[in-house]
Design a protein around this ligand. Structure first.
Ligand code: SAM
Ligand code: DTB
Ligand code: SF4
Length: 330
């Protein structure tokens, strides 16, 4: 075990007012504290590149207000794509690995996982991604314990299921499922021994207290989620949140710094919305504790940062090469 993985205690009992006070502290104090915590718990030069692919796009029965893939938002222009063939997915994963990605994340616009041929195909994709020597993550909506166990058996590293926002604000964004539904899936994920990838979105009209409340719920998990995506809303025309204003990049920095302080061991992923940040703002997010990005031209249905721009960003960081992690295929 390296000094960065040392078994330092983390807190599960952050109060809402403590988290808000951190979030609202003077910006330079906040960034300095987050960076101190980051250095204490992690190797700051180790920035993960995760590649993202939508394996089944659009037509989702849920009504998430931010999401272009919901069938409830009839005005969105989106090419629906039925489940991709496994081999096509694995070819893309192999290309992502060759381009330098270490994690491959696959998303399906499902309300929940159903047993059958499509789930079997996902299991095959997971096995294939692991055989390439990459971490594998999927996000498939709600799932039960036996499905989580089958994913674990296929070698899945982590399951992504976001809380999106705080418990109070959640009902303003989604009405077709509850916060408790999200928590039940996360419990199934943990029960199967999978890593938990769980975060949220800022810029949906929520307050700082809502953001802090989400972090408080995340900190309550024992262990903490292994990775925490922090997304800024990508407003998509035709969705209920399509006319939202883009967040101030410094709000992104504040949220990332607060996440780093509250969840010191997690990989904090600077996720959707990164393409609105210039190089220096992205680096400020990394100084504040972000240590993972989505790498590749596209997120699920919207554009991400061009790969050559990210290659230039990483070149500018001059980070020492990352040691290859041994991959265990079960
Ligand atoms: N259907 C599954 C679910 O919701 O759990 C998985 C796919 S869903 C698209 C994955 C996550 O993407 C959502 O939980 C949300 O946090 C994020 N997301 C979706 N649309 C977004 C947008 N317009 N801006 C930022 N994040 C978004
Ligand atoms: C996450 O937190 N962000 C990613 C991933 N997990 C699945 C998805 C972002 C989606 C952004 C909107 C889109 O491209 O459709
Ligand atoms: Fe469906 Fe997931 Fe989009 Fe919600 S976020 S509409 S569950 S794909």
């Amino acid at each position: 075990m390296t000094k960065h993985e040392a078994d330092r205690p983390v807190r599960h009992d952050w109060t809402l007012s403590e988290i808000i006070a951190i979030h609202d502290s003077p910006l330079l104090d906040l960034i300095a504290r987050a960076n101190r915590v980051h250095r204490e718990f992690q190797d700051v030069n180790d920035v993960q590149k995760a590649s993202l692919l939508s394996i089944k796009t659009g037509g989702c029965p849920e009504d998430c207000g931010y999401c272009p893939q919901s069938a409830h938002h009839g005005e969105v222009h989106l090419d629906k794509i039925e489940m991709m063939p496994s081999q096509a997915v694995l070819d893309i994963a192999a290309r992502a690995k060759a381009a330098g990605a270490d994690r491959f994340c696959m998303g399906a616009a499902w309300r929940n996982v159903r047993d059958g041929a499509q789930f079997d195909a996902v299991l095959e994709m997971v096995r294939g991604v692991r055989a390439l020597g990459m971490e594998a993550c999927v996000t498939l909506g709600m799932l039960n314990e036996s499905q989580a166990a089958r994913l674990k058996q296929a070698g899945l590293t982590a399951y992504n299921h976001n809380l999106d926002t705080g418990p109070e604000f959640y009902k303003n964004i989604v009405t077709t499922r509850t916060y408790e539904d999200r928590l039940a899936t996360l419990q199934a994920v943990r029960g199967a021994g999978l890593e938990m990838c769980c975060g949220g979105i800022i810029g949906m009209g929520e307050s700082v207290a809502d953001r802090a409340a989400m972090l408080q719920v995340l900190a309550g998990f024992d262990p903490h989620p292994e990775s925490v995506p922090v997304n800024a809303l990508v407003p998509v025309a035709g969705t209920p949140l399509g006319q939202s204003e883009r967040i101030d990049p410094l709000d992104f920095v504040r949220m990332i710094a607060t996440t780093r302080i509250v969840l010191p061991k997690a990989r904090v992923r600077l996720s959707a919305g990164r393409s609105d940040l210039n190089r220096e703002a992205q680096i400020l997010c990394m100084v504040a504790g972000a240590n993972s990005i989505f790498y590749g031209e596209a997120l699920l249905t919207t554009q991400n940062v061009a790969e050559n721009e990210d290659d230039a960003l990483f070149a500018a960081l001059k980070a020492p090469a990352r040691a290859a992690k041994p991959v265990r295929v079960e």
